[in-house]
Design a protein around this ligand. Structure first.
Ligand SMILES: Cc1cc2nc3c(=O)[nH]c(=O)nc-3n(C[C@H](O)[C@H](O)[C@H](O)COP(=O)(O)OP(=O)(O)OC[C@H]3O[C@@H](n4cnc5c(N)ncnc54)[C@H](O)[C@@H]3O)c2cc1C
Length: 406
């Protein structure tokens, strides 16, 4: 039985865990990483916004991924609910806020592959390719017993072990979860008209149907449907599904040909009672789950990582001390609550047949669309919370806002 003792243990090797281990190593902290090597089965793409790209830039993986990614130069929201009260179509251009693009659309499997390779090559990361089978939270340290029998001990464990997070339960952090009456059908497709690097989100009665550009005449798709409809769509052959999709997109990309290998993701929400306790800090989907609207999940996960790195820097002697995890909890709470609530509210307003919900959604988008400073605020806030408001402040205020995050 091996025994390893380092200050920081990261449990979970999805994108959030790998980014956490790599960013900590980049800042000079030795890290133990526990979890299997990611397999390239994830067909999703992830739209990472500019602040997230800047955060992971030092990891050296983006350059290798660039040929497989596409920039998002504009985002369009189309009300396809067919309800009595409908929102206007709203298009946000990155150029309006002086940016060339909002973010990049990256294939998940390739992102994980490059992150894993970087983690393997890092001299500060000791990777144990096994799941954690049991946790023990003690006053001075946390101990993880791996399925392969090894025991890892650390002052701080960063739980990136996904929505069912065994670490979260072991630390006594409860979580409110809700299964949604929705599933996401995920696939990539070719089309005969240029996407112009615009992502279009059709808001339908069952949820959003979002096209996101890929290089060339290709796009990725996240189509949120009632679970039984997603299953039915999935039984169609490629030609029949292509026709259905073309109809849903009102042929705005011309003829559509879906590529093989689709996936279905049942949707749910999750909100923990705390983000850190008993020497364990939650990041990624261990800390928040909500429906895939407006590309928020991993962007929020990267902000979790930035905050835990800041906490580790502030509590170098004992990064898992009660004061450290309490600080982390306080840092993450407003951001996670705000993002989860806004996404869940928008999702609920799509599903709701109630007139007030339809009017609120429609009025909200209408107001944002028609008032230029609000448009800019909305776009900046969509990329990074606080940045929209700080852009409205005089320079001194901006500096203060930046300082308060660091
Ligand atoms: C359809 C869809 C589209 C999305 N699109 C976007 C988007 O465009 N932009 C965006 O920002 N977000 C998006 N998201 C959200 C994003 O995909 C997630 O936030 C992200 O994948 C979560 O990563 P994670 O590392 O936290 O979790 P996961 O990827 O679930 O990783 C968890 C890891 O923990 C490991 N693990 C589990 N148990 C243990 C254990 N006992 N010990 C050790 N390891 C363990 C697992 O093996 C796994 O490697 C989307 C989500 C969906 C469903």
């Amino acid at each position: 039985m091996g025994d390893s003792d380092r200050k920081i243990l990261v449990a979970g090797t999805g994108p959030a865990g790998l980014i956490a281990a790599l960013l900590l190593a980049h800042h000079g902290y030795p890290v133990t990483l526990a979890g299997p090597v990611p397999r390239g089965r994830d067909r999703r793409t992830v739209a990472l916004m500019r602040p997230s790209l800047e955060a992971i830039e030092p990891l050296g993986v983006l350059g290798k991924l660039l040929p497989e990614t596409a920039p998002l130069r504009a985002m369009r929201l189309v009300d396809a609910t067919g309800r009595l009260v409908r929102s206007p179509t709203v298009t946000f251009h990155a150029g309006e806020i002086g940016e060339e693009y909002f973010g990049l659309n990256i294939p998940n499997a390739r992102l994980s592959e490059e992150l894993a390779e970087a983690a393997k090559g890092s001299p500060l990361i000791e990777w144990h390719e096994s799941l954690v089978g049991a946790w023990s939270c003690e006053a001075e340290r946390v101990i993880a017993t791996l399925d392969n029998g090894e025991r890892l001990s650390a002052q701080l464990a960063i739980a990136a072990d996904g929505r069912n997070s065994p670490a979260r339960r072991a630390a006594g952090m409860s979580a409110r979860t809700r299964t949604l009456p929705q599933s996401a059908l995920v696939l990539n497709f070719k089309h005969t008209r240029e996407h112009g690097f615009v992502s279009t989100e059709f808001h339908t009665r069952s949820g959003p149907c979002t096209q996101v550009p890929l290089p060339g005449m290709r796009s990725s798709l996240v189509w949120v449907l009632r679970p039984q409809d997603a299953d039915t769509m999935n039984t169609l052959n490629d030609n029949a599904l292509s026709l259905k999709l073309e109809e849903q997109l009102s042929s705005f990309l011309g003829r559509v040909t879906v590529e093989p290998e689709r996936q279905i993701y049942p949707l749910s929400t999750l909100m923990p009672s705390r983000f850190g306790q008993n020497r364990i800090a939650l990041i990624g989907e261990a800390a928040h789950v909500f429906p895939p609207i407006s590309a928020q999940g991993l962007n929020l996960g990267i902000r979790d990582v930035e905050d835990i790195v800041a906490v580790v820097a502030a509590f170098r002697d004992d990064p898992g001390a009660p004061a450290a995890v309490t600080r982390y909890d306080a840092l993450r709470r407003p951001d996670v609550l705000a993002r989860s609530n806004s996404v869940n509210l928008l999702n609920a307003s799509l599903l709701s047949g109630l007139l007030p919900a339809q009017i609120a959604r429609s009025a909200g988008l209408g107001i944002i669309d028609s008032i230029p400073p609000l448009r800019a605020l909305f776009m900046r806030e969509g990329m990074r919370p606080g940045s929209g408001f700080s852009a409205l402040l005089p320079l001194k205020g901006k500096d203060q806002a930046a300082e308060s995050r660091s």
